[in-house]
Design a binder for this molecule. Structure first.
Ligand SMILES: [Zn+2]
Length: 122
């Protein structure tokens, strides 16, 4: 999964994403930072729902996702035990890579939102 995600990190390190470091770096200030953090969470949850639904409904994707359910009793540690097909895992994280390339988001809000969603998924 790391190899699939690496181009996102390389692009972000090159400054191609739209993350900003200080609340004052965006004209919307704190209100914009909070609104985009909430949007990041809300859109992320929606993405996760539809992505997971596709994993169960689209036969080609369901075959990839079968590894996860083959674990028997999925736990928060399933991701650490190679229970995901690499493309399944990448698809589940794709949104978190893509959002900051589309929407200007405070770097801290981006990190907090990603951590909150990952915790909720567990
Ligand atoms: Zn499933």
């Amino acid at each position: 999964m790391s190899l699939l995600a690496a181009p996102w990190d390389v692009a972000a390190a090159a400054g191609a994403d739209r993350r900003y470091a200080a609340v004052g770096d965006h004209p919307g200030g704190a209100a914009y930072a909070v609104a985009t953090a909430v949007a990041f969470l809300a859109v992320g949850e929606t993405y996760s729902y539809w992505e997971n639904r596709a994993l169960h409904r689209v036969p080609a994707l369901a075959r990839l996702h079968a590894a996860y359910h083959a674990v028997g009793s999925p736990t928060p540690f399933a991701a650490l035990t190679l229970a995901f097909h690499p493309l399944d895992g990448y698809a589940q994280g794709l949104y978190f890579h893509a959002f900051p390339f589309v929407v200007p988001v405070h770097r801290g809000a981006s990190r907090c939102s990603t951590a909150a969603v990952r915790t909720a998924v567990m």
